[in-house]
Design a protein around this ligand. Structure first.
Ligand SMILES: N[C@@H](CCC(=O)N[C@@H](CS)C(=O)NCC(=O)O)C(=O)O
Length: 230
């Protein structure tokens, strides 16, 4: 298999697969997207990610790379001719990585938790998510230094790590009728989200909110062991 043969094993609703797709687009790398259906998990997935058996997996030539944030860093290092994704300054890099870990270990798991509960039980989770967004608004002020993105003039590592969740954030807002990004509390992130979704590397691959909402309803019903409900 040729070294420039690039495949991405992913799934359309996956925010993690979206990270890899955005990074590949930033670097203008052509790749084949292989949709994993998980029913059952494909041989290719089991062989490529035997530890976690999860998507995304980037297959570069015959080498599988697993874990979305590792994949984004790999793409940045393997295709140096395109714009840099990680900041050049070690301290800025550390800050981007810090927030990416916060998003994956704290913020998004809370959002996933929304699907497992109903009604009033969702409010405290939305409050926690909202507090996290306010922290990210402050972080944006420090990282962006007045520019459009966490990464400055262009989409960087933290933009990808956070921006991949925007579809799911909209779904959470629709499900609960509560706002997470709003002009009053998070004006800079409202603008950032618009710029992010309009960027050439993102436009066209961000899942539609309504389609994601239907998917979320089925997933939520499965998590609660009940038939899907509006
Ligand atoms: N930490 C992983 C998370 C990947 C992940 O959770 N992938 C989900 C789809 S969004 C998956 O493959 N789930 C299948 C499973 O859990 O068996 C990453 O960043 O790549």
């Amino acid at each position: 298999m040729a070294k420039n043969d690039v495949k991405l094993l992913g799934a359309w609703p996956s925010p993690y697969a979206l990270r890899a797709r955005i990074a590949l687009n930033i670097k203008s790398v052509k790749y084949e997207f292989l949709e994993e259906t998980f029913a059952p998990k494909s041989e290719l997935l089991l062989k490529s990610n035997p530890v976690y058996k999860k998507i995304p997996v980037l297959i570069h030539g015959d080498k599988p790379i697993c874990e979305s944030l590792v994949i984004v860093q790999y793409i940045d290092e393997a295709w140096t001719s395109g714009p840099s994704i990680l900041p050049s300054d070690p301290c800025d890099r550390a800050i981007h990585r810090f927030w990416a870990v916060y998003l994956d270990e704290t913020w998004f798991p809370t959002m996933r938790g929304l699907l497992a509960v109903q009604g009033e039980e969702r409010k405290p989770l939305m409050d926690q998510l909202s507090e996290g967004i306010v922290l990210l608004e402050e972080a944006f002020g420090k990282c962006s230094k007045g520019k459009a993105f966490f990464g400055g003039d262009g989409i960087g590592y933290l933009d990808i790590a956070f921006g991949c969740f925007l579809g799911w954030l909209r779904v959470a807002e629709k499900i609960t009728g509560l706002k997470l990004l709003d002009e009053a509390k998070t004006p800079r992130l409202v603008k950032w989200a618009e710029s992010f979704c309009a960027d050439a590397a993102v436009k066209g691959i961000m899942p539609e909110t309504d389609k994601l909402l239907e998917f979320a309803k089925v997933l939520a019903a499965k998590m609660r062991g009940a038939p899907p409900k509006n």
